[in-house]
Design a protein around this ligand. Structure first.
Ligand code: NAD
Length: 258
């Protein structure tokens, strides 16, 4: 179905685990040229790259801590040096960064959460734009940025997760701005907004709390990473979504229907 993704050059940030890894697997199966990324090179990375390479296409790993602007620039530089250009950027790196009620929030906490979820996307996208623009000219098709938003960006997040939720709302909104600036360059911007997906993101929660959350979801359960990943392929495929930009696709089992 996503035949036009074959040989596309795809960078997936924050993709050594969870949703990002499932997204990388989806693109690898489509025969794309993929780079996965994480802030550390853990022991399992070589095996992960081997697994992705066995699915099809080609995959490399690029280490970069995206809370730091120079590392965002380095990530794009290394990707383009390897693949000769960039067709699809997926901004997925992100996380809760801890919980703090408003009266306990410090500058350090604010910086940590915003650097991880907002600055990282801003700076990776900034350095990616010239390459996405060039690829669109060369291919005669749209290129794209897809970012991972969140249900929290729509409904405010749980208590203690206000900065995280606001950082995702920030992301949802800056995409709308980028549509205005870069549609003339044939770059599309869309968001995949997961609900509650079973990843390490929820590791700190008790079984009791997880059951309570599952009960708040129309489908009665957390989502699986494999159920989120195909939406990225849809947005990445010019054939499927060449006329779709500035949208937020909620993948949440009916947890919220905005
Ligand atoms: P995860 O913890 O399983 O994966 C996070 C990934 O990001 C890992 O590969 C990790 O190495 C990477 N990462 C973390 N900090 C990084 C940094 N500084 N630089 C580069 N990479 C970094 O979590 P996940 O649930 O798969 O989260 C992926 C995205 O989905 C995040 O943006 C998260 O906010 C979003 N999200 C998750 C859920 C959910 O319920 N799991 C819901 C909504 C949105």
């Amino acid at each position: 179905m996503f035949n036009d993704l074959k040989d596309k050059r795809v960078l997936v940030t924050g993709s050594t685990a969870g949703i990002g890894l499932a997204v990388a697997r989806t693109f690898a199966r489509c025969g794309a040229k993929v780079a996965i990324n994480g802030s550390r090179k853990d022991q399992q990375i070589d095996a992960l790259v081997e697994e992705l390479n066995s699915l099809g296409g080609e995959t490399i790993f690029i280490q970069a801590n995206l809370t730091q602007t120079p590392e965002c620039e380095k990530l794009i530089g290394e990707f383009v040096a390897h693949y000769g250009g960039l067709d699809i950027l997926i901004n997925n790196a992100g996380g809760l960064g801890g919980r703090n009620n408003l009266e306990d929030i410090t500058d350090d906490f604010y910086d940590r959460v915003m650097d991880l979820n907002a600055r990282s996307v801003l700076m990776v996208t900034k350095y990616a734009i010239p390459h996405l623009r060039q690829s669109a000219v060369e291919s005669g098709e749209t290129t794209c940025v897809i970012s991972t938003g969140s249900i929290a960006g729509r409904e405010g997040g749980g208590v203690g997760a206000g900065i995280y939720a606001a950082s995702k709302a920030w992301l949802h909104d800056i995409h709308r701005n980028w549509v205005k600036e870069f549609t003339k360059d044939h770059i599309r911007f869309n968001i995949v907004s997961p609900g509650t997906i079973n990843t390490a993101f929820h590791d700190g929660k008790s079984d009791e709390l997880k059951e309570k959350i599952a009960g708040s979801i129309a489908m009665g359960r957390f989502g699986r990473i494999e159920e989120v990943a195909p939406s990225y392929a849809f947005f990445a495929s010019h054939a499927c979504s060449g006329y779709i930009t500035g949208q937020i696709l909620d993948v949440n089992g009916g947890q919220l229907a905005p």
